[in-house]
Design a protein around this ligand. Sequence first.
Ligand code: GDP
Ligand code: ZN
Length: 325
Amino acid sequence: MVSAGTVLGGTGGIWRVLLESGDVVESSLRGRLKKQEELGATPRLSLGNAARAPEAMLKLAVGDVVQVTPDPSGTAWAISAIEPRRSKLARRAPGRAGGERVVVANLDQVLVVFAAANPDPHPRMLDRFLVIAEANELAARIVVNKCDLIAEDKARHTFADFERAGYPVHYTSVVEERGLEALRGAVRGKVSALSGPSGVGKSSLMNALFPGLDLRVGEISESVNKGRHTTVGALLHPLPGGGFVADTPGLREVGLWGISVREVAACFPELRPYLGTCRFADCTHLVEPGCAVREAVESGAVSRARWESYGKLREELSNSAMAGR
Ligand code: GDP
Ligand code: ZN
């Protein structure tokens, strides 16, 4: 008998799969799928972002919806099919064609958590997280926690550019139980990945929203991760009332790798209406005359800070492209 399930996590080829019955079973990939994975064969699946990564390899990931079959012995389960993905958060490896590692499959949204204070928010770091979400074609939601520490209008001022760009922003406080109901509603029934710097209250928020969930959240610290190419895998936590939260190695870990210089402008949603309307078709939107983006910045229609952030990220990407990375 075949059952459908969702992959919650896995180590050493053994995957934990949540079945529709509510049971969690340990499964391994059935021979044929395993072979495809080892060979890096082109999948017959139509992946969500196929246009950008047609050569994507078939690799099972947390969040994948699978079919599992019990062995005749009845003690072990085998994953016999992987359903097509509707989205993914993937780390595109530099250089190697087709090098891509899916961190989480079938995500509905990314939640980027910052603190209103302690630690102070870093809007340019948030820009970076959002670009990574956009490059993965994922919806993003911003959570500004610890709103008890400063006046809320001050926090709203800091994040006004993001609201203007169209991102939903939640102002929360775990201490004062502020904004929690709305945030709970925003994650219910969806698959969300949680990201943001450490110490902003990600674990506290999740535990306040869903007591007893006991999340192991947090970005892998940069120092721990230095020079390492493998990562701690993501884990998917089923939420009471439906949906999942993935505590991922973090968007920072996914990084800007593989995002092309040309696509970075489109990763700023408020720039999109102007793209393609500049005098020069290959406009970088940094220095050219007749640039519609720069005109929008001058007129105040587009945030100057966000545009400067765009310039920095673009420069970073073109430097790494020139270095052949
Ligand atoms: P994480 O690293 O993002 O998971 O952050 P934690 O959940 O571990 O929280 C870091 C620290 O911030 C802890 O000492 C929490 O008690 C504290 N904290 C979490 N949420 C809030 C909040 O809304 N207000 C205040 N003042 N402190 C908070
Ligand atoms: Zn331009």
